[in-house]
Design a protein around this ligand. Sequence first.
Ligand code: ADP
Ligand code: MG
Length: 512
Amino acid sequence: MTTFQELGLSPELLQSINNMGFEEATPIQRDTIPTALKGTDLIGQAQTGTGKTAAFGIPLIQKMDTKSKLVQGIVLAPTRELAVQVAEELNKIGQFKGIKTLPIYGGQSIVRQIKALKNGPHIIVGTPGRVQDHINRKTLKLESVHTVVLDEADEMLNMGFVEDIEKILENVPTERHTMLFSATMPKQIQNLAAKFMKDVLIIKVKASEMTVRSIEQEYVEVKERQKFDALCRLMDIHSPELAIVFGRTKRRVDELSEALNKRGYSAEGIHGDLPQAKRDKVLRAFKNNTIEVLVATDVAARGLDISGVSHVYNFDIPQDPESYVHRIGRTGRAGKTGYAVTFITPREIDHLHTIEKITKRKIEKRAIPSVSEAMEGQQQMALEKLMEVVQEDAFGGYKQTAVELLEDNDSVTLLAAALKLLTKEPDTTPINLTDEPPLSSKKRRPNSNRFSDRRRSGGTGKREGGRDNRRTGYSRGDRPNSSRDGASNRSAGRPDQSFRSQKRVREDHKNR
Ligand code: ADP
Ligand code: MG
């Protein structure tokens, strides 16, 4: 265990860290903060949810000069949500030192941003497009910047931001400290580093050090057609406080959230094709607990700090082990235990074994729950609700009625009726989901790099009756994420982010 005191931080920083409730440094923080404080260029790699923001935010803020009114630090992030989230965290870290951080991103009024920029923020957190826009308008000057951070660098690469980053960095003095953070380390990241950084130190938190300890993991073997009922029954048993259901494609997410609502769960979907405003709204609703189930694609949920998730349901097994770790890392945060269950169709068992190998953890098999188990789970919930009310002991007005009822009925019958009323009985509203084909069972290299795979064109696009695929990797205009340019109009059944071209083949087939 490493405390923040050991890391050589100033009293103001220790005070704000304490105020934020951080007790010990996470592995990536432990390893990067001392190096970053020395001013060494570095790449920090660790999964989502391991505290990378503070890993760069703490040294960044410690290095700020409060007397200067000029922008001294710039953080680039791929999406508006992330920019806002990072700026919030930096403002918390800098609260006692008096360091101001300003997020700037597309979609917000430029006039408002220009005004805010005039207030002398020390640090800017921005999306590449909007930052460039301000540079061109001369409303943002970077000549006094001494520290640059590229956050979620793999995602920025993936969204085709390399040229923008390059242009932005031309405006920053070459004598600077540059840090790059990423959840994955495709080769392109190292190319990027070679271009923009000097004598880089790579700091990597290994998969085996990832925080899967406190997460109970199970899997269920189901046929594609049984998945939805299995999901409902599991949710009835678990009564999750806050759940995320992961689906493989946008169409899947849309269909699942609609189906869940039909069966009486309050669910909303989020994926890259939704307009920004809608995504924001859904996330806010989820964070405020006004919806209980968030249905998401990997990409939409990527990097977002959503805390308090009690259950993760992998409705479709993820394309690669890394995504698995990212997904389940949504639960079991901050010392709480979490639960994750993964549905696999019979042909996907190899993928599960690969995940087990990489995470060095056995995932326990669980049977498909029966209707009566689901029913029991719901009854248990009703019982708990009832007992809570009993405990509160504030139902004077009902007691007289109860006495009268008991004159003509026996108590067990009455109580059973009350419980029945309180219990949400399994809903069997018919649901029709479009089948997702299983992941190809071709053995994958355990540490196969999804990024380079993604760029590979064609692939072996063969499945039953499959045809070869001629599509090649992404071009910029094909980018799936809408955060930058508003909604794209890609067909809904495609994966939210085509991790592998093979996947696209299947989807192309489906959509014919
Ligand atoms: P990442 O960028 O690696 O995905 P974040 O920086 O978004 O992760 O952090 C995830 C969550 O963990 C945030 O809510 C953050 O406030 C919290 N966190 C970060 N560092 C610590 C720590 N040392 N102790 C407790 N919570 C932390
Ligand atoms: Mg992050």
